[in-house]
Design a protein around this ligand. Structure first.
Ligand code: DGY
Length: 328
């Protein structure tokens, strides 16, 4: 089908240059108000589209896929994570799914480092003191945090983002430890000066800061559960810029409040934007609204990837970023 004839429906607003380019290339339906689509609206879009461009928060499940129109052949997700899409069912129905890997790596790794620095060094509390005009001047004992250099950083998930974090962490003098499904090639391990732990549990007990970089899948759901959190030192910090579902948020909240974990930096939450209210207001917790990849450059690159995926499909080929069963 000629690209211009492809009905491409976007579920959310995308950066203006991305929408403009899509308008030039395809028959695009935009979401001018940026209001997230209801299930009914999503179902209607899937009945009419040749290509759906959803993003995080649009739950494309079995039920919706069962009602998809015959024209729908590609779900070109705007985002790297695809845990909101039932890829298996989509593939069974002959619908390809693509994502936008790679272009969020550095931005997410930068933000992870920002959290790794901010939480042990108590930036949240310092900023609050200034904002509330409560600073009474320098004091030798005020707002003492913990030195970053020399600490053990545990990285759960050593894919693109995990490795980008390791690279940055070395520059700050952190000792890099990691647990991954597969051990890295020895050359990569040497370059990152990274120590591999086959046992996640054993690594947990030894690290000072843990940072999460695995996707949300059935096997990573609550990987950091109450039992494992208890293995960590009470002086340890937890950072999560991956997916909230990987941590048992209630267990973490209880332990943060009880002083059994020293602090946390969280950019993602178990139930989307429905954040456990007991996490709010804690001095030792930095909360961010899922903004790790939010840079102008990154969002444009993501749009470029979506366009290439759709254009390649329109030209009769498989999208370069197709999600394949081996990735599930
Ligand atoms: C993604 O693309 O999956 C990211 O989580 C967005 O920040």
């Amino acid at each position: 089908m000629p690209a211009k004839a492809l009905k491409v429906i976007l579920t959310r607003r995308l950066p203006e240059p991305v929408e403009t380019r899509m308008n030039e290339l395809f028959d695009v339906e935009l979401n001018a108000t940026d209001t997230p689509m209801s299930r009914e609206q999503l179902s209607d879009a899937m009945a009419r589209a040749d290509v759906l461009v959803p993003t995080l928060g649009d739950r494309v499940d079995q039920g919706l896929l069962a009602q998809a129109g015959d024209g729908l052949r590609l779900i070109a997700n705007y985002g790297a994570g695809f845990d909101h899409i039932d890829v298996q069912t989509a593939l069974q129905r002959g619908i390809m799914v693509s994502n936008t890997p790679g272009v969020l790596t550095d931005d997410t790794a930068d933000m992870t480092m920002a959290m790794i620095l901010s939480v042990p060094r108590r930036l949240r509390e310092g900023n609050l003191q200034m904002q509330q005009d409560k600073w009474e001047g320098w004091s030798p004992t005020a707002l003492m945090g913990h030195r970053i250099g020399g600490k053990r950083l545990g990285i759960l998930g050593m894919g693109r983002i995990g490795q980008a974090v390791a690279h940055r962490a070395r520059a700050f003098g952190l000792q890099v430890h990691y647990h991954n499904r597969r051990r890295l090639h020895p050359d990569t391990e040497t370059a990152l000066e990274a120590t591999y732990w086959e046992s996640f549990d054993q690594m947990l007990a030894r690290v000072d800061i843990l940072t999460i970089h695995v996707p949300h899948t059935p096997s990573t759901f609550h990987l950091l559960n109450a039992r494992r959190l208890k293995l960590m030192k009470p002086s340890a910090f937890v950072i999560n810029t991956a997916r909230g579902e990987v941590i048992d948020e209630n267990a973490l909240t209880r332990m943060l409040r009880a002083g059994e974990i020293a602090g946390a930096g969280l950019d993602v939450f178990e139930n989307g934007n429905d954040v456990n209210p007991r996490l709010r207001g804690l001095d030792n917790v930095l909360l961010l609204p899922h903004m790790s990849s939010a840079t102008v450059e990154g969002r444009l690159d993501m749009g470029e990837k979506v366009i290439i995926n759709i254009k390649t499909y329109a030209d009769g080929h498989r999208p370069p970023d197709q999600v394949v069963p081996a990735m599930l």
